[in-house]
Design a protein around this ligand. Structure first.
Ligand SMILES: C[S@@+](CC[C@H](N)C(=O)[O-])C[C@H]1O[C@@H](n2cnc3c(N)ncnc32)[C@H](O)[C@@H]1O
Length: 196
């Protein structure tokens, strides 16, 4: 997977990494910033996604599509499809350009809308990456966990960087007997929950 990243995927990834780095330094307003995961988190996501059981692969919070590119590598390796949800039309439009330029349109489907409006029709989920606004984490997790297949994985970003905001959500997942969960200190801190 990592040894065969197509040149056009690498090129778009590097451009997004540069833009995200600039965003964090130059005071770009939050709504316009990419706010994407760092490369090591992208690799971690791809490894977990490639190891996930059958079921749909979803992402909540696309931004310009950087983490989705990592997940697309895993989906291509496993002949699976990613569905990624983005609420903001401007970000969804950026992501569409990203996927087209990187040549991953065959494995990535983008939904421009609020994930919670689609949560009723999820079906079986094998892998979910949650990276939206922190105030919807609880509702997203409540929607996804019942749909995880046995062994299915839910990964949530920012649980260390936003510890205070997310502490009660993380505690609730740790207490939830339907999943085994750990916090992994990679990037901004990933909560990894596996359906028992
Ligand atoms: C931190 S950024 C995602 C970064 C992206 N995962 C990456 O690493 O490249 C969060 C994104 O989630 C989107 N978002 C927030 N709430 C959402 C919701 N309820 N449904 C879908 N997208 C949402 C925001 O508009 C924003 O673009």
């Amino acid at each position: 997977m990592f040894h065969e990243i197509p040149g056009r995927v690498l090129e778009v990834m590097e451009e997004l990494e540069d833009e995200d780095r600039r965003d964090r330094l130059d005071g770009t307003p939050q709504l316009e910033r990419l706010r994407q995961v760092p490369p090591e988190t992208g690799q971690f996501l791809a490894l977990l996604c490639a190891s996930a059981p059958a079921g749909s692969v979803i992402e909540i919070g696309t931004s310009a599509g950087y983490s989705a590119l990592w997940l697309a590598l895993a989906c291509r390796a496993r002949q699976r499809q990613l569905t990624t949800f983005e609420i903001l039309p401007a970000k969804a439009s950026r992501a569409r350009t990203t996927f087209e330029r990187a040549g991953v349109g065959d494995v990535v489907g983008l939904v421009n809308g609020d994930f919670l409006d689609h949560a009723q029709s999820l079906g079986d989920v094998g892998f979910c990456f949650l990276d939206a606004e922190k105030n919807v984490y609880g509702a997203c997790i409540d929607a996804v966990v019942p749909n995880l297949v046995p062994g299915g994985l839910l990964v949530a970003d920012n649980v260390i960087s936003h510890h205070d905001e997310l502490e009660s959500v993380v505690d609730a997942v740790r207490r939830d007997a339907r999943v085994d969960a750990v916090v992994v200190p990679i990037g901004r801190g990933e909560l990894v929950a596996r359906r028992v």
